[in-house]
Write a protein that binds this ligand. Sequence first.
Ligand code: HEC
Ligand code: HEC
Length: 396
Amino acid sequence: MSFRVVAPLAAPLVLLAGLLQTACHREGDATDLYVQALTASTLPASPTNAVADDPAAAALGQRLFFDKHLSVDGTIACVSCHDPAHGFSDPRAFSVGVRGQTGARHAMPVTAVAFQSFLLWDGRADSVWAQPIKAIENPKEMDLTRVELARVVATRYGEAYEAVFGALPKLDALPDRGKPGMEAWDALPADVREDIDEVAANVGKALEAYERQLTCADTKFDRWTRGEASLTDREERGAEAFVEHHCNRCHSGPAFSDGKFHDIALPSSDPGRSAGRTLLLADDFNGAGLNSDDPIAGEAKLASVSSETATVGAFRTASLRGVGQRTFFGHASHRSTLRGFIEDVYHGRHGGRDATVGRRDPLLRGVNVPHHELDEIVAFLHTLDCPPVAPALIAH
Ligand code: HEC
Ligand code: HEC
């Protein structure tokens, strides 16, 4: 059955008529695309971070994002793997951390993270602020321990930090390096460890305040839904195909991601969500922990995590905002072209040719993009290209 994506409409009544027309006869329809755009400019709250929308925290976060002193040997900053010129993702298949080391997953963009409930491919962070300490302490990424991090904050950011978060703890008589699992750290009194953890959490909260400004919100797609731009015929056919082939069963919401975890049967031995969820529940920096500014909200979010099913080999639905500006696709950079990825994953394989793939998510049932529509979907996805970032947001 064919249908048309409702053209951009200024008058709500006409829009409503369009919605009713398409809403009754298919499970995913053009109305969903509207929902995705209309909410893109409204950031969801981040209840566990009291300074999420504080400009002074964001300014501090911006400085931290570009600072190589956050790595053990002063060679790597957040921006080293999240390049503004590439939509804040990494143009390399695998990022390079300190001492030339590489990891096993692609560095996803930090744009549109404010719309995600769970961060990272396996969702092992339940807030944007809980994520940075994982990169900072990762021996393959920045390899700076939280004790060293607190020292960097005190020497380089003391004033800006204290203006937002209050007095820094005393840092003398601490070991050179210290994080959980290190003898020198585990030997410290609990209250000293808690003070340092608080600094690490606050670094995350400042970084979140910065990242919340990188929304990739005003794309051609958004302008189209507001009636300020028109799509080419090809882009519009792509929008129809996107809905018709059920892409928005999972790529839904303002980030074109449902924030959930699915196994789309990419070749990988990575356990994905099954490991990520265990790490999350044990994470000192999760939303139910000591450094959460709203542990009740944090606990409520974690409650759903224990009932998740089919988590082995499942990864968080990738955001499609800015997807056309990436150079690698899939959690382990499976393909280097957007068209190639869509063809590989969403053509034939699940619809018929390779129906035996056992682990795949039931929501992939019936997803089978014919060859002739691949280019149209790619054209549509390019309407989600992020506009250039305001220079003030990348000044450092
Ligand atoms: C050495 C490269 C590297 C550095 C340095 C790095 N990242 Fe990342 N980043 C990655 C990789 C790889 C992933 C995906 C990892 C995963 O899912 O396990 C990622 C994921 C993320 C995500 C998750 C986005 C999402 O949609 O869930 C955010 C946010 C992020 N990084 C922010 C930061 C910040 C802030 C810093 C600095 C404190 C930082 N990164 C430093 C490589 C890096
Ligand atoms: C069952 C849910 C589901 C459906 C349906 C689905 N996707 Fe995905 N998609 C995902 C998940 C999960 C990922 C990340 C998978 C990974 O890397 O392990 C993803 C990744 C992608 C990526 C790669 C993005 C990146 O940065 O790595 C593209 C492009 C994409 N999907 C497009 C589509 C299109 C087009 C359709 C419709 C034909 C579609 N998806 C249907 C869940 C889905």
